[in-house]
Design a protein. Structure first.
Length: 486
């Protein structure tokens, strides 16, 4: 799994490659510790009455905000199903008894990530209730660490502040979606909860700490190291949280005159589920565990800029093959609005070819492509369709020369590019749209969003080249606040 980033002369995004920390896997002459996924056979249900009882218990214990969202927007039958039932405690205890370290647990996938030796993995494979051990992986400790650093743009603050008004650097990227008007109408994401799945997050920048507009973090979890810290810790690769911080800055920033995000008053759930040093299959399962965590902690929307560069061919992008896509389907079925970057493999004028990247093919997810500030499709933005012929990407937002926060200093800013920047901008915009229409179902929100896309309004259909989808939406118009223009 990798991040949707591109590099260029003015770009600040990078993927730190080749650095391996002992926090991931321990090496010595006699012992190698692997990360792996243990899949169980069942949920230990012995009767229909037991299943009904467990489902009733879930309703009593579930996060009230998540329960409210499920009642309003869930499209799967009932409020809960077997995916929501807990992993059998005895199965987890038996795995731990081998000496393996238990890491992230997923009800949806009915399994647990472990850190274990070869001998421990062999013992786990022989346990009752274990279906299989997947994705055993150990990073290469000799991999060279990239010495690239962010190209920080130090700007004359006195020149910029005041010239672009309230939004400062982010004015163009927000006004393109009508978000300036939606914000002026009083809809800034307040009361809406956004889950963010990425590399990790540094939140000491001035745009996150303004006393009148502090960043609101509802919950956070690191699925790689199984703790509640999503910022840098000792042993982490340098700059590994850079991408997630950039993503968060496009949504949650709130420092008038300098940088304002697309949803400055939303609450956020921060999930670290991407290890930036390399790509391996276990990351798919971390990703689903992060979806599950955000959904269970009340997320109304979840946004992701993580994709798979390897492991699946274009003919497998059918919305039901990759583990990440299947996880997205469960999240959306539970009433979550899902935003996923389309990818950065570029596009062409041939509708028969596709550069879409999983899990943007997931059913029900809004796949986001990138444009520049003039509305032209960014050259790196991936096109569809999916393997089963669905139009992707769905919508477009600014993803080229996007302003966000810098890790260089708490009062500095950078530009970045990629569908990874367009996607969170759109996610924040949809939080504002949902605040304006809190009773909407996911289908109603998507319908309003798509009908206000500039390509759809001009042509009455999606782009037949699968580059623009419905186009750049007008979120103010979608909110129904300017009905005379409809």
């Amino acid at each position: 799994m990798k991040l949707l980033t591109v590099l260029g002369p003015t770009l600040a995004l990078l993927v730190v490659a080749g650095f391996v920390t002992a926090r991931i896997a321990a090496h010595d002459q006699d012992r190698i510790v692997y990360d792996a996924w243990v899949e169980f056979t069942d949920k230990g249900i012995e009767s229909d009455e037991q299943r009904r009882q467990l489902l009733r218990e879930l309703e009593r214990e579930f996060d009230p905000r998540s329960l409210e969202r499920r009642r309003a927007r869930r499209t799967l039958p009932g409020l809960f199903d077997e995916h929501d039932l807990p992993v059998v405690p005895a199965y987890l205890e038996a795995v731990a008894a081998t000496g393996a370290e238990l890491m992230a647990v997923s009800r949806w996938l009915n399994g647990v990530a472990v850190r274990a030796t070869t001998d421990e993995i062999e013992q786990i494979e022989a346990l009752p209730g274990v279906r299989a051990v997947h994705d055993a992986h150990v990073p290469d400790p000799e991999g060279p660490f990239s010495d690239r650093r962010e190209a920080d743009h130090q700007i004359d603050r006195s020149r910029l502040a005041g010239s672009a008004g309230y939004y400062g650097r982010s004015s163009s990227q927000l006004s393109q979606l009508g978000l300036d008007r939606l914000h002026r109408a009083g809809f800034t994401g307040q009361g809406v909860i956004i889950g963010v799945i990425d590399t990790g997050f540094e939140i000491e920048h001035e745009v996150f700490t303004h006393p009148d507009h502090p960043l609101r973090v509802r919950a956070q979890w690191d699925f790689i190291f199984n703790d509640g810290v999503t910022s840098s810790e000792p042993g982490d690769p340098p700059f590994h949280n850079l991408h997630g911080t950039y993503v968060l800055g496009t949504m949650a920033a709130c420092l008038p005159g300098e940088l304002v995000g697309s949803a400055p008053e939303a609450e956020y759930i921060l999930c670290r589920a991407e290890y930036s040093a390399e790509e391996f299959s276990l990351e798919e399962r971390w990703f689903v565990a992060a979806l599950e965590f955000a959904e269970a902690h009340g997320a109304d929307l979840i946004t992701s800029s993580c994709v798979l560069y390897t492991g699946y061919e274009q003919d497998q992008l059918d919305g039901k093959t990759s583990i990440m896509a299947r996880g997205w389907t469960l999240a959306v079925g539970n009433g979550v609005i899902g935003l996923q970057g389309a990818g950065n493999w570029g596009h062409d004028d041939d509708p028969a070819t596709s550069t879409l990247m999983p899990p943007a093919d997931a059913f029900g997810v809004i796949a986001c492509g990138a444009v520049d500030t003039t509305g032209a499709a960014a050259p790196f933005s991936s096109d569809g369709p999916t393997a089963d012929g669905r139009s992707k990407p769905d919508v477009l937002a600014c993803g080229d020369f996007v302003w966000t926060v810098s890790l260089g200093a708490a009062d500095s800013y950078v530009t970045a590019a990629g569908t990874s920047m367009a996607t969170p901008i759109m996610a924040g915009g949809l939080a504002c749209l949902l605040q304006a229409n809190p009773d909407w179902t996911v289908a109603e929100l998507k319908d309003a969003l798509f009908q206000t896309g500039d390509y759809y309004r001009e042509h009455g259909r999606t782009d037949p080249l699968f580059v623009r989808g419905y186009g750049i939406p007008d979120l103010y118009l979608a909110a129904g606040l300017d009905r005379e223009r409809r």
